[in-house]
Design a protein around this ligand. Structure first.
Ligand SMILES: Cc1cc2nc3c(=O)[nH]c(=O)nc-3n(C[C@H](O)[C@H](O)[C@H](O)COP(=O)(O)O)c2cc1C
Ligand code: SF4
Length: 645
């Protein structure tokens, strides 16, 4: 029986035939170096090609010195990029996986620089945005023509490097979109004013590129079907643009997403966290597809092969582009095609190790699958020559991952969890409103564990004596963390509740709540949201400069939006100091002035965690091979736990 017959049917993009409809979508990886492709980047893409992707669209590569930044991007402005890309395309072609390169210029959206100083940002007009907050410099006409030429030269280099095509990033509020948008393009020359003039920049790029690369090479554009930020191009604008480009036969395909880099609202949708519904860009792709003659690719939160199959079978789009699902599971396609879709390690849209790493200029990875982006180090698991008896204590993410890796390497593994369920802190996190999807981390790891030879023991508290009696060759301690209590001058008459008791529904609060959030992570945000949803008046008082300071910025911004809608009042820079009955005192951490909160019915304390090292401490005299990993070493996040596992 053929699984997902539509998804795994071949189809053409221009003159190139793809073996299936699954595309590893374009995304910056920070795996390149000095503007060039590295072995790490090749291994990363080869893993997805081997895993069954029909096409890889490479990361947005820069093309001109006005936005080059070779420390952060592959740079196509010189021939030096060609050998590396050639190696990458050759390796992917081995698996009948096609490769298209993406061309990128951010225009006014510039934050990076070579040395920490602010570099000059060039744009169609001197109009600033709400994210980068710089007034860009207007491009002179000669520069515009030079950049158009640079796009076509870059496309030619991709062709010389063996790519099957080129995609111009014309969406997300970046340079091409800035030309198309009347509110960011107020030029008086042939590139501004009328619709045709505003489209001239893109049209000229496509015409020049076709002239250089010939008719066989695929040319596509990535567009935002709607920039979704209220200030950018909307669905009607984009439909008109796509129809015009299609009528002029300038492209072989349209790659549709829905987002913009220009405002926080639009930016959240560039890297949609779990609050954003799956397939959020589908209505725009569907409408564009109805109105153009070329194939349409849909991207954004397509998480499961069932969803992708539906998109193709219902005619919403011709291809599905997925980024994070392939980061989380390089074998997404092969598993779906072979009827093993239940083994797919589904992405939970947490953004932590993929987007989070990239925005901090570290190589992309995945909290669930740290091998991602580290293929050169962990790519192939080596089987051991002599199996050892391994005892893992603790069934959270760290313990599960350690057990999986050890068992897959051929060791004899038993894992012990004191509660009735595997998952550790993830089980707590998934109980917060809108965070159910995060539970997938525990489910996926438990599923992987089940597929190994490791034996799982639930409801089993382990002591130093049990460990000695078990006589393992290696004992891995992954006992996690425990809530940290506040050692403060708090009045007994103040009603005090700890955050984890709110998450687990162990305690109730009064209507007026102050949440004192020292750690500034998901706990304070989640508890504030939960209580506000229950109708409480919530004041969230955080120790950092912004609520959620410690978590990935897009997840944070989306969460702050939810709290704003719920009327949660947020105060920053505040250290919990003490309380007297219904008054709670904080100290401003940069001015040292007092902050007093009156009429507090309940004070909820979110003061982070301590490592649970009691078992480790009781093993001081144990002389076997002992290793501790994850939160019991130091409380951090799931990412570090799984990585150490
Ligand atoms: C780390 C990262 C970097 C990205 N960089 C690019 C890029 O260079 N060009 C682009 O068109 N989209 C980029 N995107 C957006 C993705 O192509 C995609 O639209 C987005 O991740 C939503 O799809 P997904 O839910 O399948 O991940 C990036 C996404 C991620 C996660
Ligand atoms: S880190 Fe989170 S969002 Fe990124 S790929 Fe992994 S599960 Fe998905």
């Amino acid at each position: 029986m053929k699984h997902f017959p539509n998804l795994f049917s071949s189809a053409s993009l221009g003159k190139v035939i793809l073996k299936n409809r699954l595309i590893f979508g374009p995304h910056a990886t920070s795996l390149g170096c000095d503007g060039k492709v590295t072995e790490e980047l090749i291994a990363y893409h080869e893993a997805r090609a081997r895993g069954g992707a029909g096409l890889i669209i490479l990361e947005g590569a820069t093309i001109h010195e006005t936005y080059a930044y070779p420390e952060q991007f592959i740079y196509l402005g010189s021939d030096k990029c060609i050998p590396g890309i050639k190696k990458l395309t050759d390796r992917c072609h081995q698996y009948d996986c096609r490769v298209i390169g993406q061309l990128f210029h951010a225009g006014r959206a510039v934050r990076i620089s070579l040395d920490g100083s602010q570099s000059v940002a060039w744009a169609p007009s001197e109009i600033p945005d709400e994210r980068y907050r710089i007034v860009p410099k207007e491009m002179p006409r000669e520069m515009i023509y030079e950049i158009i030429e640079a796009y076509s030269e870059a496309a030619l280099r991709l062709q010389k490097a063996g790519c099957d095509g080129v995609e111009v990033l014309a969406g997300m509020g970046y340079l091409v979109a800035q030309f198309m948008n009347p509110s960011t393009n107020q030029r008086k020359d042939e590139f501004g004013g009328s619709f045709e003039n505003r489209l001239r920049f893109l049209s000229e790029i496509l015409i020049k590129t076709r002239a250089k690369v010939g008719g066989e090479f695929v040319i596509g554009i990535r567009v935002s079907g709607d920039e979704l930020d209220g200030l950018g191009l909307d669905a009607n604008d984009m439909l008109k643009i796509c129809k015009t480009i299609d009528d002029k036969q300038l492209v072989d395909y349209f790659n549709v997403i829905a987002s913009s880099s220009a405002t926080p609202f639009g930016w959240i949708r560039v890297f949609p966290p779990m609050e954003i519904k799956p397939l959020y860009a589908a209505p725009f792709a569907k409408e564009i597809r109805k109105n153009v003659s070329r194939p349409v690719i849909l991207g954004g939160r397509i998480n499961q092969p069932q969803e992708a199959e539906k998109i193709i079978s219902e005619g919403v789009a011709d291809f599905c582009a997925m980024v994070r699902p392939f980061i989380a599971d390089p074998e997404f396609a092969i598993k779906a095609e072979s009827g093993n879709s239940e083994h797919i390690r589904a992405c939970v849209a947490c953004n932590q190790a993929c987007v989070g790493h990239r925005l901090a200029h570290f190589p992309v990875s995945c909290i669930q699958y740290p091998e991602s982006g580290r293929e050169q180090i962990y790519g192939e698991l080596e089987l051991v020559k002599k199996a050892q008896k391994v005892m893992v204590v603790g069934g959270g993410p760290a313990g599960m991952k350690a057990a999986i890796v050890a068992a897959n390497r051929g060791h004899s593994v038993e894992i012990f969890e004191k509660s009735a369920q595997l998952g550790g802190q993830v089980l707590l996190a998934q109980q917060l409103p809108g965070r159910e999807e995060f539970g997938g981390v525990a489910t996926n790891l438990a599923h992987e564990l089940q597929a190994t030879t490791a034996i799982t023991h639930l409801n089993q508290e382990v002591t130093a004596q049990t460990i000695t009696e078990f006589a393992a060759d290696v004992v891995i301690i992954a006992t996690g963390s425990v809530a940290r209590k506040a050692d403060l001058d708090l009045d007994e008459k103040t009603d005090i509740v700890y955050a984890h008791d709110i998450i687990e529904n162990n305690k109730k609060t009064a209507n007026s709540v102050v949440v004192a959030d020292w750690r500034c992570d998901w706990v304070g945000l989640g508890v504030a949201e939960k209580l506000a949803q229950q109708g409480c008046h919530v004041r969230l008082v955080v120790n950092g400069f912004v609520a959620g300071e410690q978590i990935q910025s897009i997840v944070r911004d989306a969460w702050i939006a939810k709290l704003h809608r719920l009327g949660v009042e947020i105060t920053s820079f505040a250290r919990l100091f003490g309380s007297v009955e219904n008054s709670v005192f904080f100290q401003h951490i940069s001015s040292h002035e007092p902050l007093v909160f009156e009429d507090v019915g309940t004070l909820v304390i979110a003061h982070g965690y301590y490592s649970n090292s009691s078992l480790m401490d009781s093993l001081k005299t144990f002389n076997g091979h002992l290793v501790s990993i994850g939160d019991c070493v130091q409380p951090r996040s799931v990412e570090e736990a799984v990585l150490e596992g």
